[in-house]
Design a protein around this ligand. Structure first.
Ligand SMILES: N[C@@H](CCC(=O)N[C@@H](CS)C(=O)NCC(=O)O)C(=O)O
Length: 244
């Protein structure tokens, strides 16, 4: 397995500033591995640089949207794709192909639920304000909290039950565990009532969240200003009217 944490060039992460958002799934893995990385849009002129990539003014693959990662000449977009690339390099996935494929599959399922989270507050149009689509958002969120949260989290609980009960892939910490921590934290922030209802049914998932939150390798990051608090410009938003 590769270990490039100490190798140059360092990773460059591109994501919208001011929100943890989808960028956080990548950030958590980089931070856990103590990999050298730059958060480009948190630096002067960083936004110009990000838009240069999005407008095709830089070499490499053309990303559709942030987050994307630059590593040397390689430009990788989509959270699950970025983590599939980083996983072996950061020692955050087992070496066996089967485990890597399973990890990717689970991360893609996280991508799916994250898209549904987004659609609870923007069910009609990404470019319209939440306030202009609140009525439909309430309908969308009602089905998300009643049906989809229990279905997705129940599935992840069963994945834990089929494994060692503590890790989603293999018997060691993987990038999927780190992503699950952020997903559960975000859902608890956005939908506290719905999450309270489902919690008795997902004991292993709740313990995994707590284990990652208490992981010594993340302590410095979680206490740092780099870990941004959830807010209502973010992917995970707290609108009480959407929480049934
Ligand atoms: N499937 C992509 C989704 C990327 C995405 O939707 N990024 C958002 C920010 S979190 C964005 O900037 N979207 C712009 C757009 O869809 O026009 C991933 O998992 O990374």
């Amino acid at each position: 397995m590769l270990n490039e944490t100490a190798m140059k060039p360092s990773y460059e992460l591109f994501y919208w500033p001011g929100i943890s958002g989808r960028g956080e799934f990548v950030r958590l893995s980089l931070e856990w591995a103590k990999a050298p990385y730059r958060e480009v849009t948190r630096e002067p002129n960083g936004m110009d640089e990000m838009f240069a990539f999005l407008r095709g003014k830089r070499p490499g693959a053309l990303p559709f949207a942030p987050p994307f990662l630059k590593h040397g000449a390689l430009v990788v977009a989509h959270v699950a794709n970025i983590l599939a690339y980083l996983g072996p390099r950061l020692r955050l996935v087992p070496a066996a192909e089967r485990a890597r494929v399973e990890a990717h599959e689970l991360e893609l399922t996280i991508t799916d639920i994250v898209a549904e989270v987004h659609d609870t507050h923007h069910p009609i149009s990404v470019s319209q304000y939440y306030e202009d689509q609140t009525d439909v958002a309430k309908l969308r969120a009602a089905s998300f909290t009643k049906e989809r949260i229990p279905k997705y989290l129940g599935y992840f609980e069963r994945v834990l039950e089929r494994g060692d009960g503590k890790h989603l892939v293999g018997r060691k910490r993987s990038y999927v565990d780190l992503s699950m921590f952020h997903l559960v934290a975000g859902l608890r922030y956005s939908f506290p009532k719905a999450m309270k209802r489902v919690t008795p049914k997902i004991p292993k998932l709740a313990r995994l969240h707590d284990a990652v939150e208490g992981d010594a390798r993340l302590a410095a990051y979680l206490a740092s200003p780099r870990r941004l608090a959830f807010n209502e410009h973010d992917l995970f938003r707290r609108y009480p009217e959407l929480d049934g």
